[in-house]
Design a protein around this ligand. Structure first.
Ligand SMILES: [Ca+2]
Ligand SMILES: [Ca+2]
Length: 146
């Protein structure tokens, strides 16, 4: 499976902030949001993704940020984004992009970093990793205003 080409490339060390106007991510059961990049598995091996790592931070006010730790340089990449292939596809629409069990992508649980609600998600390409993060989409799993 090839990664999506319908993406926003951040550039090395680049950053993008996604705001959910009129909505928020809330800490509910399990994963609360999913970040979709376009990694693929080299040779189809699950333990050998072509990872384009980014650090994920969340904020409720756009001023104070909490980061998911992302320091790994070898598989598995822990709380980094950009290393789980995406299975949901907006064009075919047969996989729910908000279901972390089937959608693929990198899922995040606010409880892991002690955050209750977040309106913003900031993604920063890892400048120490010689790949470039390409943002496909961010999906809310647990929304405050569904
Ligand atoms: Ca949660
Ligand atoms: Ca990079």
């Amino acid at each position: 499976m090839a990664g999506s080409l319908d993406v926003v490339s951040l550039g090395d060390g680049g950053t993008v902030t996604v705001e959910f106007a009129g909505n928020k991510i809330v800490d509910g059961p399990g994963a609360d949001f999913i970040v979709f990049e376009n990694p693929f598995l080299i040779g189809g091996a699950p333990d050998n993704p072509y990872a384009e790592l980014g650090t994920i931070e969340v904020s409720d006010d756009g001023v104070h940020w909490s980061a998911f730790p992302c320091a790994a340089t070898v598989y598995p990449y822990g709380s980094c984004a950009g290393w789980h292939p995406v299975y949901a596809n907006a064009d075919s629409g047969n996989i729910d992009p908000t279901d972390p069990d089937v959608a693929g992508g990198d899922s995040f649980d606010l409880a892991d970093i002690g955050v209750r609600v977040a309106r913003y998600v900031r993604i920063t390409d890892r400048p120490d990793v010689n790949t470039v993060f390409d943002l496909d989409a961010v999906a809310i799993v647990n929304a405050l205003c569904p």
